[in-house]
Design a protein around this ligand. Structure first.
Ligand code: KG4
Ligand code: ZN
Length: 357
């Protein structure tokens, strides 16, 4: 198989990558738009779309140049077509289709969540590639979901957040503590100086049946505790204690929810042994530690792709493209970018494609 070009523009990372047909990374680049969005304390969709439009063509040229390749060497083009912010998705999808049309190449519309899900199968991460089925715990700024990954395009959502995503909760609490955006890394750093038992924050959903998550009650409890502090603004030590106590509550909740998800997984797929953690929040050392311990207790092994492949990137998009291409799953030029695209819809669409519907 000739190299596959992957394009990612679903949120605030503009990314392109060229992977050989066997998954070897030939070149990759990610441009974060942090500086563009920082003044607003979060991602502004219109700014993101314009930035993708501005940066993407040059980034693709850069990736091809780094790989010592040209468009003539590319065998297929894969782009994230959802879920995500529609403006950015349109930019990436349409540019990918344009390249595919001009060069007569297959186009693969990649589901962003599936791209995160399949990253664990990239050669070199797990010996021989992560075998299906496995449990994916996706913890990012926009998603918190437990997903049974049983094949390419075959997923079952076992549970997910009923309000904020885990990263969103970190970002909102960090904002309360005046830590700037995105807040997760800064909050983790501050928490290292604090006492995780200082504030008895709630553990929403703990021991509740299933593996749904919720963070809004915890976030509110943090806000109320901060508001009650004498003198208004917290001292550095108080802020560190709040950060550490919040982080500990999140670790406890995630470990409990992962344990439930592993039990559900075991019932239906007794051969499942892997817990794959992905998304920016997987960078958090305490969270990794909590999930590793929970996995061990359930006879699972926890693996987290290296950080640059955990957060948004185009390597995962190209790889998902390769996995789909191997199964003959290519997409029509009429395929639309879509802001919402649940993973469960993939199996139905594949079935329709296979039957020529
Ligand atoms: O997957 P990701 O890079 O991108 C999107 O969701 O678009 O995840 C970003 C999220 C942000 O909410 C960020 O605050 C959070 O991941 N995050 C962390 C850490 N590093 C990033 N949360 C907790 N601890 C961290 N060390
Ligand atoms: Zn993502």
């Amino acid at each position: 198989m000739k190299p596959v070009l992957g394009i990612e523009t679903s949120c605030d990372e503009t990314a392109a990558a060229l992977l050989d047909g066997d998954g070897t990374i030939l070149a990759e680049a990610v441009l974060t738009q942090r500086a563009e969005h920082q003044p607003y304390g979060g991602v502004v969709p219109e700014i993101a779309a314009r930035a993708h439009l501005h940066y993407l063509p040059g980034l693709i040229d850069e990736v091809l140049a780094k790989a010592g390749a040209g468009f003539a060497d590319v065998g297929a083009v894969a782009a994230t077509c959802g879920p995500g912010l529609i403006g950015g998705l349109i930019v990436g999808a349409q540019l990918a289709k344009g390249i595919a049309l001009a060069r007569g190449l297959p186009f693969i519309a990649v589901n962003h969540l599936e791209a995160h899900a399949l990253t664990a199968r990239l050669p070199g991460l797990v010996d021989g590639g992560a075998p299906f089925p496995y449990l994916l715990f996706l913890l990012s700024g926009g998603h918190s979901q437990c997903i049974a990954v049983t094949g390419v395009g075959r997923h079952r959502r076992l549970g997910g957040t009923i309000d904020d995503a885990a990263g969103e909760a970190f970002d909102k609490v960090a904002k309360q503590l005046g830590l700037g955006w995105p807040g997760g890394p800064a909050l983790e750093k501050l928490a290292a100086e604090g006492n995780p038992a200082a504030f008895p924050f709630p553990r929403p959903m703990l021991r509740r049946a299933g593996c749904d998550l919720s963070f809004s009650g915890l976030k509110t409890a943090v806000m109320q505790s901060l508001a009650r502090l004498p003198g208004g603004l917290p001292t550095r030590q108080q802020a560190a204690d709040v950060a550490a106590s919040f982080q500990q509550a999140v670790v406890d909740v995630l470990a409990d929810r992962a344990a439930h998800a592993m039990a559900i997984m075991r019932e239906e797929w007794p051969q499942a042994r892997l817990l794959v953690v992905a998304g920016g929040v997987a960078a958090n050392t305490q969270i990794r530690h909590g999930l590793t311990t929970a996995a061990q207790a359930h006879g699972f092994t926890m693996i987290a792709p290296p950080m640059r492949l955990c957060s948004d990137n185009a390597v995962m998009v190209a790889w998902a493209g390769i996995e789909r291409l191997r199964l003959g799953l290519v997409d029509a030029m009429a395929t639309d970018a879509r802001p919402r695209w649940p993973l469960e819809a993939l199996a139905e669409e594949q079935h329709a494609t296979a039957n020529g519907i």
